[in-house]
Design a binder for this molecule. Structure first.
Ligand SMILES: Nc1nc2c(ncn2[C@@H]2O[C@H](COP(=O)(O)O[C@H]3[C@@H](O)[C@H](n4cnc5c(=O)[nH]c(N)nc54)O[C@@H]3COP(=O)(O)O)[C@@H](O)[C@H]2O)c(=O)[nH]1
Length: 902
């Protein structure tokens, strides 16, 4: 996913989070406001409720007090009547029979004028009825046995009112108000009793005005119903006991006043009651107010408040909902904008991705092409219009078979993906390799919707890989395997040989004197020779053989699995090797001329398990070395004795490096004479005094010095030693005319530092340079002729002379030689020594002498061993000689002795 798409997603997530937070805050705020409002309203209602109850309590308390006072008044009137009667009885003693009539009338009057009194009776000290207001009483009536009477009789009570009592005579309830009276002597004389009808209270209560829901009732101290307004139903009559647990509990507590909430036992309505004891009388005034009625206004207000709350809550909810909807809408809008933004960004990315360097092809599930990008068109050469609607089979190259495609699609169906290399065909028919990726695309529901193929043209990469492979493993000049590939093949071959118990062979082929071809004919010709040789050998060998060029003119052949028999393999390989030699020996036509080359072949048979690749390489190297040492143009099989020779060679090289440091070098000087036998000069010849080997010939080590560039240091030492010798001889009159010829290797001469080194020697030794002769060979002028000539001219300017050594053995152009600042030609000893035996050699020597004369050069013959040779040379006008005939190379002291004598 791109950075843009990621940012958009982050924004959407952030916006969603913010929206949810806002939503939560709004809802929480609304609920909080609702709660606060409800708490406020609740508090208001409870406060009003409390006030209503308090007001009602005050009201019913006041009412109860009124009832209380009124009830007390009723009993006070009865008490007044009884008091007056007892006073009368006490004053007049009216209890005897003569006063009975008068008494009877008083009682009647009292009963008549005091409506609350139903009857008044007088009881004597014995409890017998003395008189009654109605006169209807039974004369046998006696209350002596009652507690009511005994309380008076025994003086415990002066005046007393009973709770409701059921009259046995008429089965009605009455209240009895009694008062004790005494005789004139102060003795207990009896009791006057007024019988009060409870109905009196009911009638009075009826006169009272009560509020709606209010009730006023009187009950006796035993909680028996006396009177009530509003009048209860008939079922609740006077004397009915109201025995609710709450009232009983209050009675036992003995409190004078009490408020309580409970369901009225009379009408079942819940009331708030105020209960008061009516003075000391056995009566309770109970004023109640119907809570339902009482709280109707409060309920209305509560209802209104609740309605208001509900309305506010609903309005608030509506507002909140509206706000949330707006928030949601805004959020959705933003989300949609962001989604659209994201979709746009993704579309841009998809469009950008589609226009990639990769070719993209999209098909439907049936493989019908729906879309391709520009890269795809560019790679295949088809326009989109030519592709869309077709099947990708149109690009098939035919290089992959049906099984390949079956496997490919099986994998796509199984895993959803396939990738690999495939060859397809462009519109122009060209086949090309591509790296193809096929992906199945599924919908969210898991239905296959498309296939998307991406491809990159890898033809350039493959070509580059091929080129890299070619460069890495093949020789650029000949196209043969290079050393690296050859080593690899050898490793593989060796394992195979060992596994199958078969023999193989390794051949190293070296073109003889190839350096000379290079040096004389130039590198281009050398290259042509190498290519020709490679082609011919390749044609001759079988496909299973590996032919490689390991470097310069070194070729190698690996022959695998020849035979299980060692000897058989050797014979077969020998035949192959001879054929190779014969092939090499055929003339090679170059641009202007045709040349012949020969080769040397070293062979080793690979048969044993005990050797590895390096061992066999070493063996074949030694065999080749031996083949060359044997005189070239031949072959040589490796045998273990070669190893010792090679070791010796290695040791020699190591010793050579030590020689300089250990001052094992010494210069010998071989005389050069004129036709009188007078020594005119000497050739300085290097000798190596090895502590173990003794005197080692330069022929054995000069090539080694040249091969590892030690020649520059050793050559400088030689020149310096010879120059010191010249400087010393210059001091001697009989030696001062001697020349010293110093051999300069072509490698030494070509070295960039050569002139500087020589100048250094001259400066150090202060040698007489006109006595110094530098011997160079023809090979020096094959390559970089001008450089060699320039150096010679520079030295010539210093007085140094030049002698051309080994003349006749090389390929020098005589015309060029004429341009060189030479002073002398030195006829090679190989011609001189055969001058009498070989007419050809004689002819060469003769022509050399003539040539030298024509070029105005001195001529000297080397290798003169016999007087006959000297005579022939003299006869042919050669007047300078060097050879064993005149003296072998000896020390400088020996030369001095030869000239000066002892
Ligand atoms: N670059 C240098 N090359 C050097 C130097 N010293 C010697 N050499 C070259 O080594 C080759 C072998 O030299 P050497 O073994 O010293 O042989 C020389 C003579 O001893 C030998 N010679 C001379 N006269 C005769 C003879 O009558 N018969 C015969 N069989 N051999 C004889 O010839 C060698 C001299 O040859 P040349 O140099 O071509 O004049 C040899 O190629 C030396 O050049 C050195 O310091 N540097």
């Amino acid at each position: 996913m791109s950075a843009t798409s990621t940012n958009v997603n982050d924004d959407v997530l952030k916006a969603t989070k913010t929206y949810r937070q806002q939503r939560r805050h709004v809802i929480a705020l609304y609920l909080l406001a609702l709660l606060v409002m409800m708490v406020l309203f609740g508090w208001l209602l409870s406060e009003q409720y409390r006030q209503e109850i308090t007001a009602a309590e005050s009201r019913i308390t006041a009412r109860a007090n009124v009832v209380n006072e009124w009830a007390k008044g009723v009993f006070a009137q009865s008490g007044q009547a009884l008091f007056g009667l007892t006073e009368l009885l006490a004053l007049q003693g009216m209890t005897d029979s003569e006063h009975m009539e008068e008494l009877q009338r008083s009682l009647e009057n009292l009963t008549q004028y005091m409506p609350m009194i139903d009857e008044i009776v007088i009881i004597d000290a014995e409890g017998r009825l003395l008189a009654s207001g109605s006169g209807k009483w039974n004369t046998n009536f006696n209350i002596r046995a009652t507690t009511f009477f005994s309380d008076f009789e025994e003086g415990r009570e002066q005046e007393k009112i009973t709770p409701l009592n059921l009259s046995t005579s008429d089965q009605r309830f009455y209240l009895y108000h009694g008062r004790r009276f005494e005789s004139s002597h102060g003795d207990f004389a009896g009791v006057v009793i007024s019988r009060v009808l409870p109905q009196v209270f009911a009638d009075s209560l009826e006169q009272m005005s009560v509020y709606d829901g209010e009730s006023i009732a009187l009950v006796d101290s035993d909680l028996k119903f006396i009177a009530r307004y509003p009048i209860p139903e008939a079922s609740f009559s006077i004397g009915t006991t109201i025995d609710s647990p709450e009232t009983v509990e209050w009675l036992t507590r003995g409190e004078s006043t009490w408020s309580i909430n409970f369901n009225s036992p009379i009408d079942g309505r819940k009331r708030l009651f105020r209960v008061l004891r009516v003075g000391e009388y056995p009566m309770l005034a109970v004023v109640g107010v119907d809570l339902h009625e009482l709280l109707s206004a409060w309920r209305q207000r509560a209802l209104i408040l609740m309605l208001v709350t509900a309305v506010i809550a609903l309005l608030g909810a509506w507002g909140v909902r509206h706000y949330l909807n707006r928030l949601a809408l805004a959020h959705q809008l933003r989300q949609r904008i962001e989604e659209r933004e994201q979709a746009r960004a993704e579309a841009q990315i998809a469009a950008a991705a589609f226009q990639t360097h990769l070719g993209i092809l999209i098909t439907d599930p049936r493989g019908t092409i729906l879309k391709v990008n520009e890269t795809f068109s560019r790679i295949t050469g088809y326009s989109e219009a030519e592709i869309v609607g077709n099947n990708p089979r149109m690009f098939s190259s035919g290089l992959q078979n049906a099984t390949f495609y079956r496997r490919l699609w099986k994998r796509v169906i199984k895993t959803g993906n396939w990738e690999g290399e495939i060859w397809n065909q462009r519109k122009n028919g060209e086949l090309f390799p591509e790296w193809l990726t096929i992906s199945a695309v599924y919908s969210d529901e898991g239905t296959l919707t498309h296939y998307v193929a991406t491809m990159s043209d890898i033809s350039e990469r493959k070509a580059a890989e091929q080129e890299i492979h070619q460069l890495a493993f093949y020789d650029t000049l000949t196209g043969l395997a290079n050393r690296r590939l050859f080593m690899d093949r050898m490793g593989t071959a060796l394992k195979e040989l060992q596994r199958h118990q078969r023999c193989g062979a390794l051949l190293f082929i070296d073109i003889d004197n190839f350096k000379q071809i290079n040096d004389t004919l130039g590198h281009y010709a050398g290259d042509q020779v190498l290519q020709s040789v490679a082609r011919r050998m390749g044609q001759m060998l079988r496909d299973t053989d590996t032919l490689a060029r390991l470097g310069s003119d070194e070729f190698a052949v690996l022959i695998e699995g020849v035979d299980s028999n060692d000897a058989q393999t050797t014979r077969l390989v020998e035949r192959i090797a001879y054929k190779l030699l014969a092939t090499l020996n055929e003339p090679i036509t170059l641009a202007e001329e045709s040349i012949m080359v020969t080769g040397s072949i070293g062979i080793t048979i690979m048969a044993s398990n005990e050797y590895g690749v390096d061992d066999y390489l070493q063996q074949v190297d030694m065999a080749l070395f031996q083949a060359k040492s044997n005189g070239r143009h031949g072959l040589c099989f490796f045998d273990p004795s070669m190893q010792a020779a090679l070791l010796a060679h290695v040791k020699l090289e190591s010793d050579l490096r030590q020689a300089q440091a250990s001052q094992q070098w010494q210069l010998y000087y071989q005389p050069q004479v004129d036709h009188y036998g007078t020594i005119t000069g000497v050739e300085a010849l290097l000798r190596w005094h090895h502590p173990e080997r003794g005197m080692v010939s330069p022929g054995d080590f000069i090539p080694l010095l040249e091969s590892n560039e030690l020649i520059n240091d050793v050559g400088e030492w030689v020149l310096e030693d010879a120059c010191y010798q010249l400087a010393r001889w210059a001091q001697h009159p009989r030696l001062s005319q001697l020349t010293i010829s110093v051999n300069i290797s072509p490698l030494q001469f070509r070295d960039e530092q050569f002139l500087a080194r020589v100048e250094g020697v001259f400066a150090r030794t202060q040698a007489p340079l006109q006595q110094l002769k530098l011997e160079v060979t023809e090979s020096l002028f094959v390559e970089a002729r001008d450089d060699a000539r320039d150096k010679m001219l520079a030295l010539k300017a210093r007085g140094v002379r030049f002698s051309l050594d080994d003349f006749g053995t090389g390929y020098s152009s005589l015309a060029y030689l004429a341009q060189l600042p030479l002073d002398q030609l030195k006829i090679d000893q190989s011609f001189v020594q055969q001058v009498l035996e070989s007419q050809a050699n004689a002819a060469i020597v003769e022509s050399t002498i003539v040539l030298a004369e024509s070029l105005n050069l001195e001529v000297i013959a080397e290798g003169v061993e016999t007087k006959a040779q000297q005579a022939w040379l003299l006869a042919h006008d050669c007047h300078a000689y060097q050879g064993y005939l005149f003296g072998r190379p000896v020390t400088a002291a020996a030369i001095e002795r030869l000239i000066i004598g002892d």
